[in-house]
Structures are given as C-alpha cells and as structure tokens.
Write a protein that binds this ligand. Structure first.
Ligand code: SAM
Length: 283
C-alpha cells in the first residue's frame, strides 16, 4: 500500500511553490535528496519520539515518518516553513508535532513521557554546537541517541581523542555521557545551496547509567577554563577556578593526579572527571 507521505511533491517543488529561498543568517542549507534523508533517518531507528530541530522544507521529517517514527517533534524557527510542514502534518497520521520556535529556548524534555527521545537533525551551523552542548549537559538526560548532521570539523571535535588537535571541551563532554562515531560523510555539494565546508552525520549513543559521568555542569566549567587557554599549562589556566572555589591549586592537581605543567589536550576524559570530583571534595 502506498503511504500518503509518498503523495507529497518533490522538495524542490515545495521550495518553489512556497517561494522559499535560503537565509544564511539561519544556517539554511537544505537536503533535497530523499534517499539521503532516508539513510540518515535509518540511523535513528527504531523511533519512539524523535526531536528534529530545523526541519526546513521537511525532507528529513518525511523520512523519519516514513521510517515509522511514532512521533516527530519538529522545532523550526523560520515561520516561512510552517505551511509546507503543515502539508506533511496532513498526511502524518497525527504523528507530527510542529513548533514554530527557537530551539535554544525550548526545553525538549517537555515532549517526553519518561521515555528517552531520539534526536535526529540536520542542525543549523550557527547554533549547532550550542544545541549539542545543551543536550549533552541536560539533567536529567532526556535522549538515548543523537543522529546529527554537523560541520565535519565539529563532528571530528566531538569524537576526538587526547593529544589530537581536535580534542577539547566537546570531546570531553560528549565522551562523558555517550559513545560516538561518524556514520556518513556528506560533501558540501549535497546541500542546496552548498555551504563552504563538508558535513558529517555523527551518531552518539548514551552510555549506561553506571558508565556515565554525572556532574556535567562542573565538568563544563573545568573544561571551559582548561581549554579556554589551550596553550597554557594547567597550573595557569585552572588557577582562577581554584581561587574562586577557595581551594589550593597544588592540592587539587595532586589529588587529581595531574601534572601542573601539563596542557589540557594531554589529559584524558577520566583525568577531567578526577578534577571535577576533587574540586567538589576540596571546596
Ligand atoms: N532539515 C532541513 C534539511 O535537512 O533540509 C533544513 C536544515 S538547515 C541546515 C537548518 C534549519 O534550522 C533551517 O530550516 C533553519 O531555519 C532552522 N533553524 C535555524 N536556527 C534555528 C533555531 N534556533 N531553532 C530552530 N530552528 C532553527
């Protein structure tokens, strides 16, 4: 039986019919090839409730529904895309919720019913990293998998290992709660209009509760201080944090088995966890 979703027009026609041009300020680069959006949607399967940020003309939205998502919550900031999304809503069997809002201002956990959500999105470049950090540090964690299209350079930072150029705050935060890998490399030419850089789809699976680090807020502060001055030794970059917490920097580093002359990129994720735990203990 043909799904009513198949009766929707090609995405290029949708853009034309609604006179939708891409706005650079909103990071709009569209994926109009439904084979590609199907491939991305499959990485998130099976889909209970899926959060999609920035559905735009709705290619990935259609693929998620087509792949059997029980519910898709699509948050789009640009109101010009609401009418084409409503056309998808009409053939969605009540499985699509459209929210015209800035995703940075929406608490996605309000759409969960105690079951973790999946997040699947072709994120706008300008707010992609910010959204990712918000989701990684959310308490309690409301997702169990993220399938995200990001700039390739950002995706590489998420999965980077210590002592590599890309290793930094993002890798420590992500590796503290999830296991990640790059699933698909996507060249810039796959988008309309093409961005300046290539992209990649990253999959992040949440770690089991016993393996997850819990204090992401303090971890965010420690990594911000350490990597904010990447070239400096930790005895310099962490000094202000030690002072504002009224603890001895030497004692803190020693208890955390960190050499004061080390630079942040040499400290593995467990090392940052020790710094957080000891900061709390000594404060
Ligand atoms: N998902 C569509 C696709 O793959 O063709 C569009 C992806 S485009 C890279 C990013 C989308 O995010 C655009 O539709 C843009 O309007 C939307 N967007 C940008 N900033 C946003 C924000 N703060 N909250 C929600 N949506 C946003």
């Amino acid at each position: 039986m043909t799904s009513p979703l198949n009766t929707l027009p090609p995405l290029r026609d949708v853009l034309q019919r609604h006179d939708l041009f891409a706005k650079k300020s909103l990071g709009q680069h569209f994926l109009l090839d439904l084979n590609l959006t199907d491939k991305i949607a499959r990485l998130a399967a099976p889909h209970p409730t899926v959060l999609e940020v920035g559905p735009g003309p709705g290619g990935l939205t259609r693929s998620l529904l087509q792949a059997g998502a029980q519910q898709v919550v699509a948050i789009e900031k640009d109101e010009r895309f609401i009418p084409p999304l409503q056309d998808i809503l009409k053939v969605s069997d009540g499985r699509l919720i459209i929210k015209n809002a800035d995703a940075l201002r929406v608490d996605p956990s309000m759409f969960t019913d105690n079951h973790p959500m999946r997040i699947c999105a072709n994120l706008p470049y300008n707010v992609g990293t910010k959204l990712l950090i918000n989701w990684l540090t959310a308490t309690p964690i409301f997702w169990d998998r993220m399938v995200l299209m990001l700039q390739k350079e950002v995706a590489e930072r998420v999965i980077a290992v210590p002592k590599s150029k890309a290793y930094g705050r993002l890798a420590v935060l992500a590796g503290s709660v999830a296991e990640g890998h790059i699933a698909i490399d996507i060249p810039a030419r796959a988008f309309t209009p093409p961005p300046k850089v290539d992209s990649a789809v990253i999959v992040l699976n949440i770690l089991s509760e016993d393996k997850r680090f819990s204090d992401l807020i303090t971890l965010g502060k420690v990594t911000a201080a350490a990597f904010g001055q990447r070239r400096k030794m930790l005895r310099k970059s962490l000094k202000p944090l030690a002072m504002s917490n009224n603890i001895s920097l030497d004692e803190w580093l020693e208890a955390s088995e960190i050499n004061p002359t080390d630079r942040p990129e040499t400290i593995d994720i467990k090392g940052f966890h020790r710094l957080v735990v000891n900061l709390q203990t000594l404060s």
